[in-house]
Design a protein around this ligand. Sequence first.
Ligand code: UD1
Length: 420
Amino acid sequence: MDRLEIDGPCRLQGEVRASGAKNAALPIMAASLLAAAPLRLARVPALADVRTMGRLLADLGCSVRQDESDPGGWTLDASALSSCHADYELVRTMRASILVLGPLLARLGEAEVSLPGGCAIGARPVQVHLDGLRALGAEVAVRDGYIRARAERLVGARVVMDQVSVTGTEVLLMAACLADGDTVLENAAREPEVVDLAVCLRAMGAKIRGEGTSTIQVQGVGRLGAAEHRIQPDRIETGTFLAAAALTRGQVCVRDTDPQLLEAVLRKLRLAGAALRTGADWIELDMGGKRPRAVDISTAPHPAFPTDMQAQFCALNAVAEGVGVVTENVFENRFQHVLELSRMGADIRIEHNTAVVIGREALDPAPVMATDLRASASLVIAALAAQGTTVVNRIYHLDRGYERIEDKLAGLGAAVRRVK
Ligand code: UD1
């Protein structure tokens, strides 16, 4: 299994380009199943999860082609969609496979999708997805580890979601596009990735209003057609590089990104003492060589501070001046990085869903490993501030969500090696 060796400490300096967003690419790839026509995508990130989604779509009978000239260019054509069965073998490796549930049901009148299991950061139920499909007229049962959904024709309805769920909103949004009549999704997720999906669906011919607010209105249409779409920049990857720059007292400009996607994160970086400048598609952070100040964080659905940036800010607080209180409100078990950061000398105490982080001048190198994607990222950026060589083991989680992270960090002056 691959690992990263990182020699610290270093001060990140230079420019880096953001990749396309994983969490936008996955639902948008699933949306290709809604049309019997090609969907051409640009800026699809080269990530393990994206390849898994590609395999799942191919398994269902969708033609999946990657451009030879443009590595981020994919053409997905579900004209010959032939199966409604998403198998356990693929779903178990990626929870986001649940995204195919809505499109399969809407297009074929039937879907059989393995129930995603638990995962390292909590139970992650899918009740919102299933109740919502029932509200649209589907019969839904869970048997033998599979979700089995049927509906001759989905019928538009007012759906009030019990919880704000990102993939739940996306599954229902996709299903509603081909339903008979109008659907209103209440208590919808407002995440930018939901907006990007809506933009793509609209390009395919869907009639959607209100994305980015908690009420999304969909007027069902008979069919969707061919379209082209460029995936939005990855706000979490962008935020990770900025947090890394702040923690190493560096100066970094992230290009090909969008500052409007991460306002809550930028606010916290300013409070940490960073000077920030932004343009339409770039963000520059400069610490002026200063040690960051600790910041309090409380995660919640967008537009509040994202849970996917919580671990990286634990790492930042671990070397900051002062005490930072980090409260995780979205997932019940998302502090595994804390134990590993403690092995690097971080001073962190956990009480229920809160981590109290007392900043230290520097961290110690240690062998560490992580059990989820963002936790891995926090260990990598913490290693940049450690006095010596840190080995981050089991980095396959990192490869699920960060495109060439070692090359990008090396481009900013970090000494990072991937060891096979
Ligand atoms: C998505 C993101 C993930 C991010 C998360 C929260 C993708 C592929 N993944 O995950 O990176 O961390 O949003 O921003 O986009 N819940 C219920 N019942 C449900 C559904 C969810 O109680 O039926 C709860 C979950 O347990 C969790 C919270 O709602 O506490 C948010 O979960 P959800 O938004 O569904 O996360 P995902 O869509 O799986």
